[in-house]
Design a protein around this ligand. Sequence first.
Ligand code: GLC
Length: 536
Amino acid sequence: MSSKTQLNWSRKVVVYQIYPRSFKDSNNDGIGDLQGIIDKLDYLNDGTEKSLGIDAIWLSPIYKSPMIDFGYDISDYLDIDPVFGDLEIFDRFIKEAHKRNIKVIMDFVANHTSDKHIWFKESRSSRHNSKRDWYIWKDPKPDGSPPNNWLSVFGGSSWALDKRTNQYYLHSFLPEQPDLNWRNIEVKTAMEKVLEFWIHKGVDGFRSDASYHLIKDDQFRDDPGNPNYKGPKNSYKRFLHIYSQGRPEALDTINTFCSILGLHKDKYIVSEAYLDIPEMTKLYKACSNGLHAPFNFNLISLPWDAQIVKSHIDNFEASLNKNDWPNYVLGNHDRQRVVSRVGKKRAKLLAMLLFTLRGMPFVYYGEEIGMENVGLSSDKQKDLVGNRLTANRDGERTPMQWDESAHAGFSIVKPWLPVGEKYKDVNVKKELNDPISMLRLYRHLIHYRTHNHVLLHGSYRSLGFGNRNVFAFLRELGDEKILVILNFSKDEESVSLPYQKAKVVCTTNREKEGETINIKKIILFAYQGYVMEVIE
Ligand code: GLC
């Protein structure tokens, strides 16, 4: 099997991220589960243009977990948490997804386990336990303080003192999430077995959690202060985390993952790390068989400016090698929802950008209907991270809004998090019937993209012209050209183009679709975007 054949599916798909607790509850406990996801697969792709049309699902963790970080704290990598189902239902889920040509990507949380994992229980039991070195243990400093100044991403020191053996263990995230020691060969072997286990169950790929944290400095040097930092004193950002994460050896670990996937047919892995272009380039290079990409999260954080977005995409494209496959993300379970960040009109423009760029678009469940973050009073918050830092992530994890019935059709009982206040207007059922809804725009763009070889395989080239509020680019394959024009401004804008005529495929306000228009000069409404097939 050549690596080109292996890359096939990753080069074609739109990936839909499901946060399983919040997608669909099938057993009336107020929490989403695997059977609920199976019940909704037809919504995602039933093979017709009536469904959303995505062709891969990334499942946030469903493994056994005490749920301190809602599944990102795993106590058994080889089993499903009963709240979501069991291995038998998982097999059914894989079968049903594959029946609909939907690929399945599992979350792979390799940096840390739960403190309830048997490995950690053994490791902490004595300094001489055979699993002691599976985690990162260090003596206190002479004054009893932590071994160095490393910080947890979730606030405070990343060291926790374990009184039983009077040593500190490292936790890059919550204290209940001790970091595995990836310099220990037994850890590597054990985790390789985890990958193999799920590959044999039929999964098609993985999303590697916290990839940049996998390896730490072997000399445990203090992270230096960040000279440019001006914010609050206790922020994570006050240090440059050059020793506690992002070590060059982390790339070897990613390479190990790729090599394992390379032994099997048609697999893929995407790693989580919030990086700029030079760092993303390093991660692309880490994997020699092209089966891996780092997430590109930059569309989440870039300022709202057509020229900044354009130059990011130009530079990102220029940084990629032939085998590297780009990807773009507008939101996920850790970041404020896109409509809450930028508003609905701008979110539609970003959706148009997402599905017309080269690469792999990621859609976070509910984004396609324009779900917004839900504000929660502190007594209702479930995400423990919110108690340690200001950012609470519950708001972007609320139940999927299916219809206008009680609890938005997510469950017949009170859900684990409240449904969004606007659910009677913002829901799947209603938006399916509304030709200018966010859902119908997503659906149209996804189906067009999936069946259009220029968007799937064509090149990318941005266009420069006088108007700095408008970002336009071409996707080209042979003689065919698809033109995308996006007005980032709140005002009407006009642009002159070096083309005469085009057929309109999609506009953000859904007007003129199917029409042939003159495009020598084109006027765009506020935040309006066009996708067109250039005729001449
Ligand atoms: C990743 C996950 C996040 C989790 C953290 C620790 O950043 O996306 O949800 O809390 O890792 O596992």
